[in-house]
Design a protein around this ligand. Structure first.
Ligand code: ZN
Ligand code: ZN
Length: 574
C-alpha cells in the first residue's frame, strides 16, 4: 500500500495519474480494493486528479467497499456543491457496505460547508447509533459543524458530554486544534478546562504551549506559564523546553532566559539549543555565543542544531569573524553541515559585503546549492552594487529554472543603479517572456482574539477605509520627521508617485495601521509577516513606534524586530 501511496504522491498532473492507473491495471494491483480506494481518493480530491473521472471508475465497481465510497464522498464534500454529499451518503447507507467513522466525518464536513444544520443533527444521530460517539476527532468535527451552522448550543452540548470523559479526550482535542491551525480555539478550550475540575497534565500543556507559540500571544503565554508552575508541571524537561521555545517565539527572550536559569530539572541538549536559538531570533549575538560556550563547559557536545543556532545569532548580530570560526569549527569537530549552515554563512558574509568569500562557500558545497542560497547572494550583490556578481548569480538562478519576480527586480535594480538602462530593459523583456511568479507578501495581526490577514494593497477588511485613512495620517506625520520613501525596492521605470503608492500599502503597514486604530493606546502591537520585512516598512514602523508611543513587534520570515522609541532591536541587521 505504501507503494501506491508513494507513486500517487509523485503524480503532478492528470495524464501521469492515468499512466499510473494503466500501470496498476496491467500489474494486477487495481484488483485490490485497498489500492483502488487510494487511487479513487487521490483522483477525487487532489488537484492532479479529476473528480468526474473518479466517479466514472467508481460507477464501474460492482460492489464498492467502504473506503471506495469514502474517497468519492470526500471529493463531493470538498466540491462546490457539498450538499450533494448528503444524497451520496444516503445511497451509501442503503448499500451492503457499512459507513465508518470517516464516512460520518466527511459527511459532517459537507454539512458544515453547506451550513446544513438539520442534516448535521441527522448525521449526529447516526454517529451515536453506529457507536462512533467516543471518537474524539469525530466529535471535534461535530462541534465544528454545529458551530459553523450557527448552532452553538448543540456545539457546546457535544463538548460538554465530552467533559465527562477523561483527560485524554481533552488532550487530543487541544493538540488537534493547535496542530490544525486553530490555536485560538485550543486556548479557549484550555480556559474551559481550567475552569472545571479536570487535572491537565504534561501532554495538555504541551498542546497549549504550541498554540501560544503559533499565535505569538504574549499575555496568554504568561498565564499558561503561571499555571504550569502552580501545578508543578515544570519538573518535566520537555515542558520546560516548550516554555522556553514559546517565550522565545513570542519575542520575550528575557523571560525565556529566566525559565532556562531557574529550571529544577536537568537541561538537555534541546534545552540549550532552544535557548541559543531564542537569543539568535532576537539578534542577541553575544548572549547566544556565551551560552554556546557554557554548553560545552557543562559537558554537552554541541550538535549541528547548536551550531546552526550560534551561526544564525552571529548572522543577526553582524558578527562575521565569530561566525566564520564556528563554521570552520564544525569541520574540526566532525559535525555535519547542511544547506541551512551554508545559507546562514552566505547571508552573513553577503551582508558584510564579502561577496567573493560568500561565493566560495557556495562553490564549496558538497550538494547542489538551492535557489534560496543564490537569492541571498543576489540580494547582497544588489546592496553592494556588485554588477559582476549579480550577473553570475542571476545566470545560475535562470539555469535552475527560477522564475521568481524578486530575482529579476533585484538584477534590474543593480543595472539601474549603474545607469545601465539598456540592460534594465533587457531584464524586463526577459521577465515578460517567462511566466514569472511573485510570492505574495502577507501579514497577520491578532486583535481581540481574532487573527486578521492583510495582503499588499488589501481592501478586504471591513474597516479598510479607516485603515487607509490612518495610513495616510501616519505618512503625513512621519514626513515631519524627515521620512523619504525608500523606493529602491520597487521597479525603476514607473513614476515616482506610483512607486510610493506601491510601497505605502504593504501588508505589514496595513496590519500596523489596523493595530493602531483597534487596540488601546500604548499597548504593544504584534505582527507576523510571511516574507522578510522590506526596508521602507522598517523605517516607517520605527518612526511609528516613536510618534505613537507604541511598542511594535514584527516577526518576519527570519527574525524578530522589536520597535521601540524610534529604534529597532535588530540594529539594522536583517
Ligand atoms: Zn514593506
Ligand atoms: Zn529591525
Amino acid at each position: 500500500m505504501a507503494y501506491v501511496d508513494s507513486l500517487l504522491s509523485k503524480c503532478t498532473c492528470f495524464s501521469q495519474l492515468k499512466q499510473l492507473q494503466a500501470h496498476l491495471i496491467t500489474t494486477g494491483s487495481f484488483q485490490f480494493y485497498t489500492h483502488r480506494a487510494k487511487f479513487l481518493d487521490f483522483c477525487a480530491v487532489s488537484s492532479a486528479g479529476d473528480f468526474h473521472y473518479a466517479v466514472h471508475i467508481f460507477r464501474n465497481i460492482s460492489s464498492p467497499y467502504t473506503n471506495e465510497w469514502n474517497g468519492i464522498l470526500r471529493g463531493i464534500a470538498q466540491s462546490n456543491n457539498p450538499i450533494n454529499a448528503l444524497t451520496f451518503y444516503v445511497s451509501m447507507s442503503r448499500a451492503p457496505c457499512k459507513p465508518d467513522a470517516l464516512t460520518c466525518s466527511f459527511t459532517l464536513k459537507a454539512c458544515a460547508r453547506a451550513l446544513a444544520r438539520h442534516e448535521t443533527l441527522q448525521v449526529h444521530a447516526h454517529v451515536i447509533r453506529f457507536g462512533f460517539d467516543a471518537d474524539v476527532l469525530l466529535r471535534t468535527t461535530l462541534i465544528d459543524a454545529y458551530s459553523k451552522c450557527g448552532d452553538l448550543g448543540c456545539a457546546y452540548q457535544v463538548f460538554d458530554e465530552m467533559c465527562v470523559r477523561d483527560i485524554a479526550s481533552w488532550n487530543a482535542l487541544i493538540a488537534g486544534l493547535a496542530q490544525g491551525n486553530r490555536p485560538n480555539d485550543a486556548l479557549l478550550l484550555f480556559k474551559k478546562l481550567r475552569g472545571g475540575n479536570m487535572e491537565p497534565n504534561e501532554v495538555t500543556v504541551l498542546g497549549v504551549l504550541s498554540a501560544c507559540s503559533q499565535l505569538g500571544a504574549n499575555r496568554e503565554a504568561g498565564i499558561v506559564h503561571e499555571y504550569i508552575k502552580s501545578k508543578n508541571l515544570d519538573r518535566s524537561v520537555i515542558v520546560c523546553n516548550a516554555v522556553i521555545d514559546m517565550y522565545a517565539k513570542c519575542g520575550l527572550a528575557g523571560r525565556a532566559y529566566d525559565v532556562f536559569n531557574e529550571m529544577k530539572c536537568l537541561r538537555t541538549r534541546v534545552t540549550w539549543n532552544t535557548m541559543i536559538m531564542g537569543f539568535a531570533l532576537y539578534g542577541d549575538g553575544e548572549e547566544a555565543l556565551e551560552l554556546f560556550e557554557r554548553m560545552g563547559q557543562a559537558g554537552i557536545e554541541p550538535d549541528s542544531v547548536s551550531y546552526l543556532a550560534a551561526i544564525c545569532a552571529c548572522n543577526h548580530a553582524g558578527m562575521v569573524e565569530e561566525g566564520m570560526k564556528l563554521f570552520d569549527d564544525m569541520d574540526r569537530c566532525g559535525v555535519s553541515k547542511n544547506v541551512k549552515h551554508y545559507g546562514s554563512m552566505v547571508d552573513l558574509l553577503g551582508r558584510a559585503g564579502r561577496l567573493d568569500e560568500a561565493f566560495k562557500i557556495v562553490q564549496s558545497m558538497p550538494t547542489v546549492p538551492d535557489v534560496v542560497l543564490w537569492q541571498t547572494l543576489l540580494g547582497a550583490s544588489k546592496t553592494y552594487s556588485n554588477v559582476e556578481m549579480a550577473e553570475i548569480v542571476s545566470k545560475k538562478l535562470v539555469e535552475m529554472g527560477s522564475n521568481h519576480c524578486g530575482d529579476f527586480v533585484l538584477l534590474s535594480n543593480v543595472y539601474a543603479a549603474q545607469g545601465r538602462w539598456h540592460d534594465v530593459r533587457r531584464v524586463r523583456e526577459a521577465m515578460k517572456g517567462q511566466d514569472v511568479k511573485k510570492v505574495p507578501g502577507c501579514s497577520y495581526i491578532e486583535v481581540g482574539g481574532t487573527i486578521y490577514k492583510f495582503m499588499n494593497g488589501d481592501q478586504n477588511h471591513p474597516r479598510w477605509k479607516e485603515i487607509y485613512w490612518k495610513l495616510d495620517e501616519i505618512l503625513l506625520r512621519i514626513r515631519e520627521y524627515g521620512y523619504v520613501p525608500e523606493t529602491n525596492n520597487v521597479f525603476h521605470d514607473i513614476g515616482p508617485e506610483e512607486k510610493e503608492n506601491a510601497l505605502c500599502y504593504h501588508s505589514e503597514k496595513l496590519a500596523v495601521a489596523f493595530g493602531l486604530i483597534s487596540t488601546p493606546d500604548r499597548t504593544c502591537i504584534s505582527v507576523n509577516k510571511n516574507l522578510r520585512i522590506c526596508g521602507d516598512c522598517h523605517v516607517v514602523i520605527k518612526l511609528i513606534s516613536k510618534i505613537y508611543e507604541r511598542e511594535i513587534i514584527v516577526r518576519d520570515r527570519t527574525r524578530f524586530h522589536r520597535f521601540k522609541g524610534g529604534a529597532c532591536s535588530c540594529k539594522e541587521y536583517w
